[in-house]
Design a protein around this ligand. Structure first.
Ligand code: SAH
Length: 460
């Protein structure tokens, strides 16, 4: 591609046309559709151009082009139909800082004007870089036939309606609404004028909003680490509206309590390495309920976007044409680090933090252990129970100090929360004392105050 297509903002900006014959008239017909301030510089301009000037549509300067005529012009056209005069325009206008096009002179032009199908504000530009003007004309004719004459007015009115249409959930549902407007409802109403188009849009939106209410929707909701107070307001609202709640094992009973009383609650709990519902069965279950018109809350521990197999569920929903949205939650690492009074990042200690999973880790050298082994590095390791000894080996092999601080936070934010202060050397042993879900905070020790608290808890 030697020529890159762009749409130039011309409102209030200057454009120069040098020349006053047929070639200039053809360019001016196009340019007059824009909101540019047009100047024509020509000796003996044709009567049509003089009329445009008299009507105030452009400024006509009755002489040959001079240096400075193209100052502040975005673009300038050489339209003299004379090679020498156009070459002069190129020199002068380029010196004034404008991009120059010489009519019918692809080689010397700094830009070219494409063939246009105009359904303002919808504009299709067609270019062949001079290779096949006939083909360009054919494509233009095809598109002219294909794009209805009212498309512009439909797009203009559609634009004013976009905010209103935001009540429909993003994705398939909203696309269906706009598809129906542009394919059927809009063109039909356009025959009766603009007011009819607006009325038709109102009715159509109403229809889709009502259909949507019946159609079912899936909220992929983060339940947070366990403490119901760490739910977002959005998560609570979703639970209030839910017809069906499909949750993981780690979601606590206190949170499930908040679901609408009539809601059907389904546990598709997955034990880390134990028996579990196959992911494909979970996907099918969510789709099945949404298709029946239910408002489904797919409730996942922590944040659904962190080690949550979220994408598989989204792909299943998209494939089934079911609308969905994500409600983020507080991930276990955030809750864990809060309980030990530390931050995940700290100036002059670590400017980045890694979230790792210990699941599936054995046998895969898929982490940058060497980088993590550097002093000051911090990582939150999820599902790390089984792989603790293996990770210890990897990190030490890459030079991590045996005394590197590690904190294991078990059942973060829950009543049975426990904080285990450890080092890289003691990690596997401390891990054997852990029963509940735990995050390993590599590179962080609890602040003194939180250790005292945890010892009290353990003593209890
Ligand atoms: N999406 C979840 C993570 C799911 S993976 C989130 O963002 O938190 C499951 C792992 O998360 C567990 O094995 C454990 O490592 C961690 N986890 C979840 N809840 C936890 C909690 N309350 N305390 C400590 N770790 C937790």
């Amino acid at each position: 591609m030697n020529h890159f297509p762009i749409f130039l903002a011309l409102e209030g900006r200057r454009v120069l046309v040098a020349g006053g014959g047929d070639a200039a008239i053809a360019k001016l017909r196009l340019l007059l559709k824009t909101t540019a301030r047009i100047t024509v510089v020509a000796e003996n301009a044709s009567p049509e151009i003089r009329q445009w000037a008299e009507a105030g549509k452009l400024t006509l300067i009755d002489r040959a082009q001079e240096p400075g005529d193209a100052l502040c012009c975005v673009v300038a056209y050489g339209a003299h139909e004379d090679v020498a005069l156009d070459a002069r325009t190129l020199r002068l206008a380029a010196a004034d800082g404008a991009l120059v096009n010489l009519v019918d002179n692809l080689e010397k032009s700094q830009f070219i004007t494409p063939a246009i199908v105009d359904r303002d504000p919808v504009v299709v530009a067609i270019g062949t870089e001079g290779a096949a003007p006939v083909l360009a004309r054919k494509i233009k004719a095809d598109l002219e036939a294909k794009l209805s004459a009212q498309l512009g007015v439909l797009a203009r009115i559609g634009k004013t309606f976009r905010k209103a249409a935001d009540v429909l959930p993003m994705g398939a549902v909203r696309r269906r609404f706009w598809g129906e407007y542009y394919d059927m409802v809009g063109p039909r109403a356009a025959q009766d004028g603009e007011a009819a188009i607006r009325d038709a849009l109102d009715t159509l939106l109403d229809k889709h909003v009502r259909a949507e209410a019946r159609e079912g929707h899936v909220d992929l909701v983060g339940a947070g680490p366990g403490d119901p107070e760490l739910l977002t307001l959005k998560a609570r609202k979703a639970l209030d509206k839910a017809d069906v709640v499909i949750h993981d094992r780690l979601v606590t009973p206190e949170i499930l309590e908040l679901a609408r009383r009539e809601a059907l609650i389904l546990d598709v709990g997955k034990e880390g390495f134990g028996p579990s519902t196959a992911q494909s069965d979970i996907d099918a279950l969510i789709v099945e309920h949404a298709r029946k018109g239910a408002h489904v809350v797919r409730l996942k521990a922590g944040d659904p976007t962190v080690f949550g197999r979220l994408d598989e569920e989204i792909e299943a929903l998209d494939a089934a044409g079911v609308s969905w949205s994500i409600v983020p939650g507080i991930t276990a690492a955030s809750a864990a680090v809060a309980t030990i009074g530390q931050s995940l990042t700290k100036r002059s200690r670590n400017a980045s933090v890694r979230f790792l999973t210990g699941h599936d880790m054995k046998g895969f050298a898929d982490q940058d252990w060497a980088a993590l082994a550097q002093p000051g590095e911090v990582a939150a390791i999820y599902m790390g129970k089984r792989a603790a000894r293996w990770m210890q080996g990897r990190l030490m092999m890459h030079g991590a100090a045996a005394a590197t601080d590690i904190t294991i936070v078990e059942n973060a934010s829950r009543a049975d929360q426990r904080i285990h202060a450890a080092t890289l050397a003691t990690l596997p042993d401390r891990m054997t004392q852990v029963d509940g879900p735990a995050v390993i905070l590599f590179g962080l020790a609890p602040r003194a105050a939180s250790i005292a608290l945890s010892e009290r808890e353990i003593a209890l």
